[in-house]
Design a protein around this ligand. Structure first.
Ligand SMILES: Cc1ncc(C[n+]2csc(CCOP(=O)(O)OP(=O)(O)O)c2C)c(N)n1
Length: 514
């Protein structure tokens, strides 16, 4: 068994059985090992931003890491933006990055680079294996690091001679540290706040807006009258009919300030202190009103689910008391394409148990309310702000959940960062319906130009924010990648196209002309 083979065995034994790949010469022994040993699903992606974004989507939906296979420093560099997003989403990822043979690095040949330096800012754990016998144990350490709460990125650098060297050893994944429990006194103190007369918000983040913790939030709200909200951007939020309806802190600062204004206490469970995405002149960075006490009950890496259960108990909350969202869909829209009619179409037709990947930017500001009463579904957002995650994340989510429909709501500018993801969707026949919102502009930035007080935009500024010279043709692009696609320019056609996409068992793309 060579080092590469020991790594594949180690990954499989450690529960890592999907690898998003874009290999090169230095990874050929790893490729050969993946071929020789059964059990790993290998998914080829045509750009490393797709690799890392797919690994993020996969991790969000399974709660466990996928491996990536990246080609030295440049391959890792290409993956970096979506690794940044994965880090902010606290998604576990095991990066395997090929490297020159240890004795070759000194010659500074074209692909020689500081891989550890590139990996550092996004990785909680980085290690370069030194010999074939270390590769398996190093891989096992990487898995444990990735799985360490709240979910981390581990980067294993694999020099070619450690991959082809003999006497590989299968590593045993060390015990992953348990999530730290929240102290009982802090639970009691939070319960006292909730039972008191100060208007209190329970702000949920990592791992607290789905499954049991969400149920507990509904029970706590019923027992104490507190409000429940989620962060503006969530890695995975469960919602829809039969669940507690949870609103999010709005992106625009004036709206966020307004929404948070009533609260005298904010209890954070897995959430950060509410802060604006950006600073603006004459506008605060922090969003809680003056005098409001913001208390961290559970940090993201702590046992947030346990904290919610304990808090429910401490306030005397009872099962089956949460106010649950009834099934309520908007009417199927007709007439022209407007932001309202797009939102209504999605609300009217969203299939049960869908995984919604939302990178709709300005087009999607109405999507959340119109889908609140749709059948139960998951909602995935970009927590890192580096646009271009949508198509890759939908790809990874579809690999993770072959029995669920993935609906990717993608803005055209953001979609152009990693359109190659469509090819992977076609190749793997992934069940993703993508709606691309063709407003042919970086619309949000037009608003931001005014918001930051940069003055009245002239034609040169305007030209940097428009995408219509020439306009891109998403239908041809999708077809070129092997995906069925159509263009719609009115709400009736949008609904029919959306139904077709949902009915297809595989990828489908609809360009929505705004
Ligand atoms: C990697 C990266 N590059 C640039 C930006 C800056 N940026 C933020 S939003 C945006 C444009 C978004 O346009 P689009 O996706 O078409 O959505 P729209 O605003 O039109 O709704 C850009 C370029 C970013 N956030 N991330």
């Amino acid at each position: 068994m060579n080092g590469a083979e020991s790594l594949v065995h180690t990954l499989l034994q450690g529960g890592v059985d999907v690898c998003f790949t874009n290999p090169g010469t230095s990874e050929m022994h790893f490729v050969a090992a993946l071929d020789k040993i059964d059990g790993m699903r290998c998914v080829l992606c045509l750009f490393e931003g797709v690799v890392s974004g797919a690994a993020d989507g996969y991790a969000r939906m399974t709660g466990k890491p996928a491996a990536t296979l990246l080609h030295l420093g440049p391959g890792l560099g290409n993956a970096l933006a979506n690794l940044h997003n994965a880090k902010k989403a606290r998604s576990p990822v095991v990066n395997v990055v090929g490297e020159h043979a240890t004795y070759h690095i000194q010659y500074n040949t074209p692909l020689t680079s500081d891989i550890a330096g590139i990996a550092g800012p996004v990785s909680a754990w980085v290690k370069a294996s030194q010999d074939a016998q270390s590769v398996g144990p190093d891989g096992a350490e990487a898995i444990a690091a990735a799985r360490t709460a709240p979910g981390q990125i581990a980067t294993l650098i694999l020099p070619a001679n450690t991959a082809w060297g003999e006497d590989g050893v299968i590593g045993t994944v060390p015990a992953v540290p348990e999530r730290e429990s929240v102290d009982a006194n802090e639970i009691d103190a939070a319960a006292e706040i909730l039972k008191g007369d100060k208007r209190t918000l329970l702000l949920l983040g990592a791992g607290a807006v789905f499954e049991e913790p969400l149920e507990h939030a509904g029970m706590i709200a019923a027992a104490t009258g507190c409000d429940v909200m989620a962060e503006g951007m969530n890695s995975r939020l469960q919602r829809g009919a039969g669940r507690l309806a949870v609103n999010r802190i709005p992106y625009p600062v004036p709206q966020a300030l307004e929404v948070l204004k009533p609260y005298e206490r904010i209890l954070l469970v897995g959430a950060g202190r509410p802060a604006a995405f950006f600073a603006y002149p004459n506008s605060p960075s922090l969003l809680a009103p003056e005098g409001c006490e913001v208390i961290t009950l559970a940090a993201p890496e702590q046992d947030c689910a346990g904290a919610m259960a304990a808090l429910a108990d401490a306030v005397g909350a009872k099962p089956n008391t949460a106010a649950l969202q009834p099934l309520a869909r908007p009417d199927r829209p007709t007439g022209p394409i407007t932001l309202e009619s797009i939102a209504a179409a999605i609300g009217a037709l969203l299939p049960e148990n869908a995984v919604v990947v939302d990178e709709s930017i300005t087009t999607g500001r109405n999507f959340y309310p119109t889908t609140a009463g749709a059948p139960p579904h998951d909602w995935l957002q970009n927590r890192g702000g580096s646009i271009g995650l949508g198509l890759p994340m939908a790809t990874g989510a579809a690999v993770a959940c072959p029995d669920r429909k993935v609906i990717c709501l993608e803005s055209d500018g953001s979609g152009m960062y990693n359109p190659q993801a469509l090819w992977t969707q076609a190749r793997e026949n992934l069940d993703v319906t993508t709606l691309v919102f063709a407003n042919r502009a970086y619309n949000i930035l037009k608003g931001e130009l005014a918001n930051v007080g940069a003055g009245n935009p002239g034609p040169r500024a305007h030209d940097m924010l428009t995408l219509d010279r020439p306009a891109f043709d998403w239908v041809s692009l999708a077809k070129g990648f092997g995906i069925e696609a159509e263009l719609v320019d009115n709400a009736d056609d949008l609904c029919r196209a959306f139904e077709r996409g949902i009915a297809v068992d595989g990828p489908y793309l609809i360009e929505v002309l705004i």
